[in-house]
Design a protein around this ligand. Structure first.
Ligand SMILES: NC(=O)c1ccc[n+]([C@@H]2O[C@H](COP(=O)([O-])OP(=O)(O)OC[C@H]3O[C@@H](n4cnc5c(N)ncnc54)[C@H](O)[C@@H]3O)[C@@H](O)[C@H]2O)c1
Length: 276
């Protein structure tokens, strides 16, 4: 029996990358699902392939997020997992170049979108006696240098919102946790560098190669790595886990890699005349 048999999930940003991998994995584990995204053609195709529902939902718009939750309840009668995953890289560049509009837009997708998902899933889950909310943050939430300024700040907000709300909803058996992915080759990474939407998938191999040695685990991350963590948090296997920030990054946020440290030590020893 699948680990999500009999459960109903809404996955925002479900059309692509980590969201798409999660939709596929959750379906394989028996979940009924609403895929929510703004990429209607891609999301719709994925949903119909898997026998899931698709709704157009811009996570910055309260009525869209509320409607996605209602759709799950209307069609499937309940909501067991709300995976607030939609995201964009958002505002790029040095701080003085970040416009107020770009700041607001970035925070709106990354933090307001998660807030709205939590807000509208909470009453449904409370009323049915439990549920699991999973939010996508990032290693950029806990380490500088892994994302743009506003992205990092918004993701830190996601982690703290997760922890704070977990203390409230946990009392009603609604668990709230987040995943913190490291370097995962997805269209978002290509788009952040200016690659047009239609060409982003074609760049994933190049990005994967660039990410291969970026962390102690010497392989690129994969959307499935994060999807498996989200599955665990969504399922009853993590039934006593609440307010947790689960890092899925091959160790990149742990600190300096041993090989880099050794390289630095050797350089110092050379300067000290202790090595040739
Ligand atoms: N790829 C990484 O290395 C990485 C690392 C850490 C965190 N993340 C986070 O993972 C999540 C998924 O990103 P991904 O890497 O899979 O990228 P992706 O671009 O493949 O997927 C993001 C999805 O979110 C959707 N989306 C964007 N804005 C939206 C909106 N306003 N409303 C609804 N949907 C919207 C996109 O259409 C897309 O389908 C994001 O929250 C991202 O910040 C990614």
């Amino acid at each position: 029996m699948g680990r999500l048999e009999g459960k109903v999930a809404v996955i925002t940003g479900g059309a692509s990358g980590i969201g798409e991998a999660s939709v596929r994995l959750f379906a394989a584990e028996g979940a009924e699902m609403v895929v929510a995204d703004v990429q209607d053609e891609r999301g719709g195709r994925l949903a119909s392939e898997l026998g899931a529902e698709y709704v157009h939902a811009d996570v910055t718009r309260e009525e869209d997020v509320e409607a996605a939750v209602f759709h799950a309840v209307d069609v499937f009668g309940r909501l067991d997992c709300m995976f607030n995953n939609a995201g964009v890289a958002g505002a790029v560049g040095p701080i003085e170049s970040v416009t107020v509009e770009a700041f607001d837009r970035t925070v709106s997708v990354l933090l307001r979108g998660v807030f709205l998902g939590v807000k509208h899933a909470a009453p449904v889950m409370r009323a049915q006696g439990g549920g699991s909310i999973v939010n996508t943050a990032s290693v950029a939430a806990v380490r500088t240098g892994y994302g743009n300024h506003v992205y990092s700040a918004a993701k830190a907000g996601v982690v703290q919102l997760t922890r704070s709300v977990a203390m409230e909803l946990g009392e009603d058996n609604v668990r709230v946790n987040c995943v913190l992915p490291g370097f995962i080759p997805t269209p978002m990474i290509a788009r952040a560098r200016g690659v047009p939407l239609g060409e982003a998938d074609g760049k994933l191999d190049v990005i994967a190669e660039a990410f291969r040695d970026a962390q102690p685990i010497r392989r690129p991350g994969h959307p499935d790595d994060v999807a498996k963590a989200a599955l665990w948090l969504a399922s009853d296997d993590s039934g006593f886990v609440n307010g947790h920030a689960l890092v899925v990054d091959g160790g990149v946020s742990g600190g300096r890699m041993w090989s880099d440290y050794q390289h630095a030590v050797e350089g110092l020893e050379r300067k000290l005349g202790l090595r040739g």
